[in-house]
Design a protein around this ligand. Sequence first.
Ligand code: AMP
Length: 554
Amino acid sequence: MQTLKVGRLASASFQALGSSRLFVLPPLSRHFSVRQTLFCQAGPNPEDTPVIRVPRYLLKRVENVKQARGKPKISTVKAGKLLIQSRNPSLNQSAGYAVGKFEQPVLCSKGWKHNKSFGDYFTINSTKEVAPFIAGAQKDTEQDPSPTFKDLHISKELVETLERNGFMHPTVVQLQTIPKVMRGHNILCAAETGSGKTFSYLLPVIHRLQADVQSESNTTRALVLVPSRELAEQVAAVSRTLCSPFGLCTRTVGGGRGVGHIKMVFKNNPPDILVATPGALVKALRRNCLDLSELTFFVVDEADTMFDPSFCELLEEILTQANIASDPRETRGLGHKAQLLLIGATFPDGVGEVLSKVTDLGRIVTIKSKMLHCLMPHVKQTFLKVKGADKVLELYQALKKLQHERGGGAAVVFCNKSSTVNWLGYSLEEMGVQHARLQGEMPAEVRAGIFRSFQKGTANVLICTDIASRGLDTSKVRLVVNYDCPESHTDYIHRAGRVGRAGGVEDGEVLSFVTHPWDVELVQNIETAARRRTSLPGMKSEIQEPKAKVLNVE
Ligand code: AMP
């Protein structure tokens, strides 16, 4: 508090009211635009000048207003396309402007913790037509033609299979990763979702397996670990297509179907390529259904989820049963070791801890995409501050707009809990919206096939939890709705990554409902990253060396 002396006139009225009273005074000067609330205390002696105690925060505010006066306001709005468009046009930001590193952006979501902000919104507009991970997207393609799969020196049959399926040019991540895998390096590939990571590892893996003189061997030679059954089926389907000219066998093993099913997978000859979820694979290993000691490739897809504490122990158990190479020379010839390929968008701290036990961390080659953890510049992303009770109606409106105004297409609606998926499903059913539901608490038989049928177009709306946000291919999706605000930046990036994928529809949009005060920090971080054009904070794309153990010496 700071004290102010007031004049005689004011002092008389303070005395009349006694000491330690709360006064609401008219504006003291033209610096104040609102009426000021001050604590006043009359002195013990009526002749004394009374003292008004002014809270420090009020004084600071007055100081700020004084200092800001006369200074030119930084205008973030210029003529042309807008990057940020909000309900309050003075907070818009042009596509041609980026907030500087040391400049504090004025956020549309600044007051969103307050109830009065319900109904407010802002949009991060798309500033690019094509995804940045399409090779040649930024180039003058006439002068500098995009590279083809042939340039990657993979087998002729693979190139033909790709072309038959409409894949002519590799994406940026494929261009960077495939040659390094072919040279035998252990790889950490950190690239944005939807950038074509599956081909990045499957193409060199299949190329090597078909070329290998050991191809007659009776063991599984490539293992791909993924976090969910649905993703296992999806990766296996891609692998089967690519393997078709070579007669290589791909099988999946996923949880939830009992040990009998697991044994069936390995009953006859083991598959050349096995796509597995960790839980089911550990069961198979404990029952000696397969041997990992002769693996040529050990692939961990969606590594950020796989190294999550819930999977970490299982992963360690699996990794220690394989002989992982540390040097490219160890991946060739008799008694070769397995080449390790880690694919993901983020790499949590646990990765280094686990991997240091099986390989030389220092020799892993890292491939990191330029736009990693940045908001996708080719996807429009809207944030709407909305009351919980109004979310269903807002969702209904968004789905209706997609069908009637944007010419139709598929939508994925993300909820944070399985129970919300069920509840929302019933509500949409009552509104006549056909949809499919996918959540982790569903029995395996029900879950199996739901995603595939959504991909085939049986239903246009999928309501799901984050189990559908990792790796699943949703090329036909034009709208992602975060019915519940995601709990982390990683979840936001993965959910938003269901639109704007390589080879997918081009005008994807993300709509996020913001309801709770605890959602607001994430939104503010996203808005700040968009205004500064930087990546989202706190997402790791490198393996951290495990901390040296400290011995307590008495
Ligand atoms: P992924 O990141 O592997 O899940 O792939 C995302 C989407 O990109 C899938 O629909 C792929 O079919 C598609 N895709 C992968 N590589 C290419 C490519 N070189 N050209 C066009 N689309 C691709």
